[in-house]
Ligand binder design. Sequence first.
Ligand code: PEP
Length: 254
Amino acid sequence: MASTRPFFCGNWKLFGSVAESVALATGVRDAVAGVSGAEVAVAPGFVALLPVIEKLRGSAIGVAAQNCHFEPKGAFTGEVSPGQLADAGCKYVIVGHSERRQLFGETDAGVARKTRAVLAAGLAPIVCVGETLAQRDANQTLQVVGTQLEAAVLELGEAELLRVVIAYEPVWAIGTGRNATPDQAREVHGYIRGRLAEKLGPRAKGLRILYGGSVKPDNVAGLLAQEDIDGALVGGASLTVDSFATIVKEGTRA
Ligand code: PEP
């Protein structure tokens, strides 16, 4: 059972034209309009952010960017700053997604800088942590997740930490169709909550800890029924209105 209002964020990765992204956002907006008690966000590619934000204006759906740079401005050709994303109307930025860590060489230190930059721009970071299959098989899951948390968020001041969203995304479950079992996810979520509670005490209950990794309409209820699982970061299944809206509805009911 989620300890707070459940949060569902669709990560559209490198998919969709501007027109397709606006159509998907419109469909999601309409399909979840009757759902009360959940927070919903979508993360389109950079070029679709503004038109999607315009389309969702006045609705309860937030918009997230999938990445950002850690500097506010400067000679950083090709980068986008958190301030620019705030100016465009984003509410969230996904930081440290495993695809960025694995394919683009992002380090814990870089993720920490981005997290701080996002907070400084007034946005909420969705900070991703998670182990590889080799690390899980070597019984290193909690140690790896702990190190990632220490680097990215546990050094933050309390007021900043309270604005962070954490996403536990086991790398072996992302885009593979193989999700963590509810028990596996609950163990790690409980660990994350415990680490947050070392800093925040009972207020750690107020932070959202999302699960991500092959979340689908037919497995979301089992995951969201677990203590400390407060929502989902959804990749592939967020690319159609029906599956994402069903995830929001089933997950909220769980
Ligand atoms: C993700 O991109 O964060 C993700 C969890 O992807 P998928 O749902 O496709 O595994």
